[in-house]
Ligand binder design. Sequence first.
Ligand code: HEM
Length: 123
Amino acid sequence: MFDTTHAHITTWAIGLILFVVALALHKGGNEKGKKIVQMILRVFYLLILITGILLFSKHQSYNPALYGLKFLGGVIVIAMMEMILVRLSKGKGTGLFWGIFIIALIVTFILGIKLPLGWNWLS
Ligand code: HEM
């Protein structure tokens, strides 16, 4: 868990899938289903954070600035998923949050790939 990214990748991949499922349920008018998926997604937020923090705590000294940005980006992605789902339930606008979500997801993904563990498609 400290030296390989498998657990981390598993948690954020499942998290993103649950986010899409919750959006689809909302679109289909199934608010109860969406609420249940959202609860499970919240557990995955914690798992993404725990696996990310374990990797971060062991490896950040290699490049504290980039690891810090990766941490921040990951937290923003999680925060935006939660904001979008909560605001959809309340019938409020989500445009700004979608913008931040997409930018943060791209930055987090590229940083994750660039950093030395696991996938290294950019070096
Ligand atoms: C949904 C949010 C997140 C996404 C999409 C994401 C994505 C990624 C990706 C694509 C990688 C590279 C995997 C690999 O190279 O094998 C990675 C690694 C990593 N992530 Fe995340 N992550 C997220 C959240 C977080 C959070 C919240 C933290 C910190 C608490 C974090 C910390 C890390 C660390 C430290 C690494 C290892 C970087 C390395 O040395 O290669 N991530 N993540």
